[in-house]
Ligand binder design. Structure first.
Ligand SMILES: *Cc1c(COP(=O)(O)O)cnc(C)c1O
Length: 416
């Protein structure tokens, strides 16, 4: 699982080099990303290999879509088995994999009902629709008056409705007009949340840890406070666990750190095992139950291949092994980063095997540190200028994690 990738001649070497492939993208591929200059051709466990056969430790793990590492054998086996039997039916018919997926995911998350979708943004969109419908049909909010309260610094995806309540100018500029019905309050501020909630509020939608914002962890008591406040106000608590969930923080869900059960939980990323996009809204039956046939759907949502991979993901998580690893390796990560504070690291936030590390701007931007780490065989992604995010596969070994932290120390020492 975490065995090194064997170096072997890659077919692409005979074809085009990394540099040639990067140049080939430029005229033909939309420029909505600015990737680090590495062209990955193979991967296994926590390791990826570029077209020239150079190996790198992956400390991004597909923004936590690869919590179980690249090509976890149990997941690729489930996918291969399903590929040979049935891949797509659409929801016009039942398929023989969906019941098991929904049952096991509901059990894993302590919820009652599952709405399967594909991407994270679709899960968020679905929750927005469900919360509004619930507000009109159950809570009695006047037609078209429902509001949803969100936090600033949020990241919930890229659709027009979702960027309507983003506070990131880059995510919004040029994409209006925006969808109304959202109120933005400061994150980690219960008083502001309380002031924003009223009789029109369908839901409070927040990330239990804000990933894209730089792994922002709210104060102890915030999530429990949101739960208490929403219960009192008679609105839904929707937790976007698309990045924080499924083992990353040392628990199955990040809300478990405060013993909180939201009304709806949004899952994605790791739910697809790094193989196919799989997302879901899981929640209370009386909330998801507002949807009736024809009112919402997805051609690919709940397809048998996705359900087979999703079920295998749930099976891995049901053992508790990955949550335990995240918690244990999280201590190693925290200790390693603590040693770097004052040596190029200004500060960091960490929960489980997940950290946002603020680099002293005098040592370089997050991007510059990312490029130096790339040369040391370590892949990280910067976020917001001088912050880098560390989120390796939960299968990484302690030695591999220590060597990655050593590479960060080396890069920072050279810049001092
Ligand atoms: C990645 C992410 C999304 C969007 O998921 P996509 O699959 O990219 O659409 C939504 N919410 C959070 C918290 C995320 O990290």
């Amino acid at each position: 699982m975490t065995a090194p990738v064997r170096t072997h001649p890659s077919p692409a070497v005979a074809g085009r080099s990394s540099a040639e492939l990067i140049r080939a993208e430029e005229p033909v591929l939309a420029h909505n990303y600015h990737p680090l200059p590495v062209v990955v051709a193979r991967a296994e466990g926590a390791w990826v290999q570029d077209v020239e056969g150079r190996r790198y430790l992956d400390l991004l793990a597909g923004y936590s879509a690869l919590n179980f590492g690249h090509r976890h054998p149990a997941l690729t086996e489930a996918a291969h088995r399903q590929l040979d039997r049935l891949t797509l039916t659409s929801r016009a018919f039942h398929n023989d994999r969906l019941a098991e997926f929904a049952e096991s995911l509901a059990e894993l998350t302590g919820q009652e009902m599952v709405l399967p979708m594909n991407t994270g943004a679709e899960a968020v969109e679905s929750a927005v629709k469900v919360a509004r419908k619930w507000a009109y049909e159950v809570k009695g909010v006047p037609a078209d008056r429902a509001t949803i309260v969100v936090a600033d610094g949020n990241f919930h995806g890229r659709t027009t409705t979702i960027v309507s309540f983003s506070t990131d100018p880059e995510a919004r500029a040029g994409f209006g007009p925006f969808t109304p019905g959202f109120r933005v309050v400061p994150y980690n501020d219960l008083a502001a949340l309380e002031a924003a909630v009223d009789g029109t509020t369908a839901a409070v939608l927040i990330e239990p840890v804000q990933g894209e914002a730089g792994v922002i962890i709210p104060d102890d008591g915030y999530l429990a406070g949101v739960r208490e406040l929403t219960r009192r106000a008679g609105c839904l608590f929707v937790a976007d666990e698309i990045q924080s969930g499924l083992g990353r923080t040392g628990r199955t869900l990040a809300v478990e750190h405060e013993g909180v059960v939201p009304d709806l939980v949004l899952l994605g990323k790791a739910l697809g095992g790094g193989i196919v996009p799989v997302s879901a809204v899981v929640g209370r039956r009386d909330v998801l139950g507002v949807l009736r046939p024809g009112e919402h759907g997805s051609t690919f949502g709940g397809n048998p291949l996705a359900a087979a991979v999703g079920s295998a993901v749930v099976e891995l998580l049901a053992t508790g092994e990955f949550q335990r690893r995240a918690a244990e390796l999280g201590v190693v990560l925290r200790d390693g980063l603590t040693e770097l504070v004052g040596r190029g690291v200004v500060g960091f936030r960490a929960r489980g095997l997940w950290a946002g590390v603020d680099i002293d701007p005098a040592f370089g931007t997050g991007r510059a540190i990312g490029e130096l780490l790339l040369a040391e065989g370590v892949l990280v992604k910067d976020t917001h200028g001088s912050t880098i995010r560390i989120a390796p596969p939960l299968t990484i070994t302690e030695d591999e994690l220590r060597s990655a932290l050593g590479a960060l120390a080396k890069v920072l020492d050279r810049r001092a």
